[in-house]
Design a protein around this ligand. Sequence first.
Ligand code: ZN
Length: 233
Amino acid sequence: MRLTVLGCSGPWPDPNGACSGYLVTYGEHSLLLDMGSGVLSRLLRYQAPEELDGVLLSHWHHDHASDLLVYQYYLEQHRGNPPIYAPLDEHPLRNLCGALNLQDLHDAGKLGPFALNVCPVEHSVPTYAWKVQAGGKTLVYTGDVSKITDSLVGFAHDADLLICDAAFLSADWHEGMPHLSAKMAGELAKTTKGAHLLISHYSPKQSQRDLLSDARSVYPKVTLATAGLRLSV
Ligand SMILES: [Zn+2]
């Protein structure tokens, strides 16, 4: 598999960047994990959006889903309506996405060459981590998460690449915050069989260098997500 980071900011995009959006390709097949603000624009550099095998949504917060609104306009003028696997809880944004091919994320199962699984995680709204497997490799994307639970540890264990919420520095983190710190992302990576950790979903205000050293204080194999970064899994 090949991963392209389209956007990695939250809760708003950095200049010329985008909020959460990760393109996963395998051969001729492709998936998009989340579609936050600015992601459709960046997706167009790499991929015909109507030809995605599907879009996998972690949750309905705007920095993960708001470009689905304009994606509807795009699809009106292009042939194709890929499935959007999403939590089916009531959310105002979801109610504005009626033209999309929305499916319950629990029904994702298999899509082209990709085997898909979800795991509920702790966040302020219903949120799911995604596991994408193809070609004998495993990618786990935590979505937004505030707490490392036993179920998330079990779910992430076999990851070759772990894309993890790392919005804060551990010095600023306290119980009740909606995201993990970079150090906590490192601690989750430590429980895996040796995943490459990609820390992501950080504010444009945050120091990238400090986030990296926070994660590397507990785990060595860490890369900081930046828009345009491409990795092989
Ligand atoms: Zn969120």
